[in-house]
Design a binder for this molecule. Structure first.
Ligand code: BG6
Ligand code: MG
Length: 212
């Protein structure tokens, strides 16, 4: 008998690469208020919600910002980010990721998204996967961001499956932790894989075809 019935994919850093767009948008926002920001700080924002990301960006600020000011700054970043996302196209979905998804579906696995991003539906449409997944759990249907397990627990619920039947695919250590706290195993790529955060630490997404 197989171990899993579904695979829940993180979006940013697993299905597509929006790091550079996040970087450019946060950098422009930080520059506009004179706060230092670099790629190393940007790496700390992986898997973290928009408002929690803003708190990390503002660690370097010389003054405190009110909640209302923070909302404005987060909106400013998001407007810039959406402009960059608007230029994304299906060419930003790699053949490797698409063929892995298709092969897993062909093997009978349910496929879902579990992303902290409120822009997830937009990004999925941009890369041609708008109607592809059996369930999309994202920043719009959660109140707690990774490493809280909520986004993955909701994805499993949408699929009507118990947690242990779902394998999570993540690039962020916070995402692997979220999977574990939700009672799921994690197969990791990127940062999380290098940190050994997964039950499976892969070189690339196509290694899933050996695991499943
Ligand atoms: C995650 C990204 O997928 O989404 C984070 O890894 C980002 O870097 C988070 O902050 C929230 O994204 P958004 O699109 O809702 O601002
Ligand atoms: Mg990610």
């Amino acid at each position: 008998m197989r171990e899993f019935d579904a695979v829940i994919f993180d979006l940013d850093g697993v299905i597509c690469y929006t790091d550079e767009y996040h970087y450019q948008a946060w950098k422009a926002m930080a520059d506009s208020i004179g706060v230092y920001f670099d790629r190393e700080i940007n790496n700390r924002l992986r898997g973290v919600s928009r408002m929690a990301s803003l708190e990390i960006v503002l660690e370097r600020a010389e003054r405190k910002f009110s909640q209302a000011e923070k909302e404005v700054l987060a909106d400013q970043k998001n407007e810039l980010y959406k402009k960059l996302l608007a230029n994304m196209s299906p060419s930003e979905l790699s053949d490797e990721v698409k063929s892995t998804l298709d092969e897993l579906r062909g093997r009978g696995y349910l496929l879902a998204i579990g992303s902290s991003s409120k822009n997830a539906p937009f990004i999925l449409r941009q890369i041609g996967l708008g109607d592809y997944f059996d369930a999309v759990s994202d920043g719009n249907n959660i109140t707690h961001s990774k490493p809280d397990p909520e986004v993955f627990v909701k994805a499993a619920e949408m699929l009507s499956l118990p947690a242990e039947r779902c394998l999570v695919v993540e690039d962020a250590v916070s995402g692997a932790e979220a999977a574990h706290r939700g009672g799921m195993q994690a197969a990791c790529v990127g940062d999380a894989s290098r940190a050994g955060a997964g039950d499976y630490n892969m070189k690339s997404v196509k290694d899933l075809l050996e695991i499943l």
